[in-house]
Design a protein around this ligand. Sequence first.
Ligand code: NAD
Length: 352
Amino acid sequence: MNFAIIGYGGMAGYHERKIKSVKEQGFDVDIIGVYDIDPARLEVAREHGLIAYESADALLADKNVDAVLVATPNNFHCEYTVRAANAHKHVISEKPIALSSAEAKMMYDAAKKNGVLFEVHQNRRWDKDFVTIKKLYEEGTLGKVYRFESRVMGSNGIPGEWRRKKASGGGMMLDWGVHMIDQALYMVKEKITDIYCRMSYILGEDCDDGFELNIGFESGLVYRIAIGTNTFIPLPRWQVYGTDGTATIKDWNPNAGCQYTLVRERVEKDLQGIEAGNGFTKTMSPRSEKSITNYSIPLDEPDFIGFYQKFVEAAKGNEEPFVKEAEVMRVMKVMELAFESARTNTVIKETF
Ligand SMILES: NC(=O)c1ccc[n+]([C@@H]2O[C@H](COP(=O)([O-])OP(=O)(O)OC[C@H]3O[C@@H](n4cnc5c(N)ncnc54)[C@H](O)[C@@H]3O)[C@@H](O)[C@H]2O)c1
């Protein structure tokens, strides 16, 4: 499968490297050309031995292009995906699929009408930290999980130009929220019952520079996602609370691994109180070593290369699409309800 990329910026470079590495491993994929509105980027493409198409139409007219990867700013995903599908190319769009459910539906409709495969690049389903947490959850290691805290906290503000503009599909909900919500819904196979979100505009940008989103699930489980771009001392990437224990992952550094603590004796015998702050407490007294067990495990190693292979197999009709339409539309709906909740400062109660 020969890929061509529309929008040859930072993320396109990532795809170029990944596709080349999959090819080197003997898999039949290649990247042959790009189109970008910026002539400087076309020059870089030529230096990399790629075809630098003079227009998107020229790229779409090339019979050697089997699939198009759309990696432009978010507001162009819909238009280019529909055009590529109408030119009978398979399409991968970068996340977020689009700016609204209505646009997203147009994209899937165009792919169906033309009999081509369309998928969204939800690559963070392969993050080592996420697959480690997902495994702990699915194996019930922590007992019944009642709360997830999934956080990404930086201090660089919103980078670049278009990410700071609402009209380009900027803001942290569309940029990071889409990944974190996709992970949540990919892992927790329960109905959502309620959504509450607060967004931040700390440095006065046009669009959200962070947010706190609580997704309530049918069992009572609360999944909290927090994104910040002005946090100079971040909290852990993950904190997961179950009836029998708690797990944490500090950050993306794989060497840090995952730590979790399980309860051995639920009720501490001879619980001693401590002086804490300007007071005395038994409730918040630390556990004795004999009543808990601490574990430290390495992060799981997922097979990331699988994304392109799975896309090719799905395009041939050998497999189901890995990132499915219903999943993407559900994530889109959560984001839309989060914006609505933040705008009205209300809990949105809807079961889906
Ligand atoms: N999946 C991930 O992990 C991940 C990570 C980063 C970015 N992304 C996504 O990738 C996309 C691109 O992000 P980026 O960080 O590479 O941005 P970027 O600004 O580095 O690159 C965007 C490129 O698109 C070009 N461009 C702008 N308008 C265009 C148009 N109308 N037609 C053709 N080219 C156009 C720009 O000149 C630029 O080269 C976004 O949708 C973003 O959300 C995904």
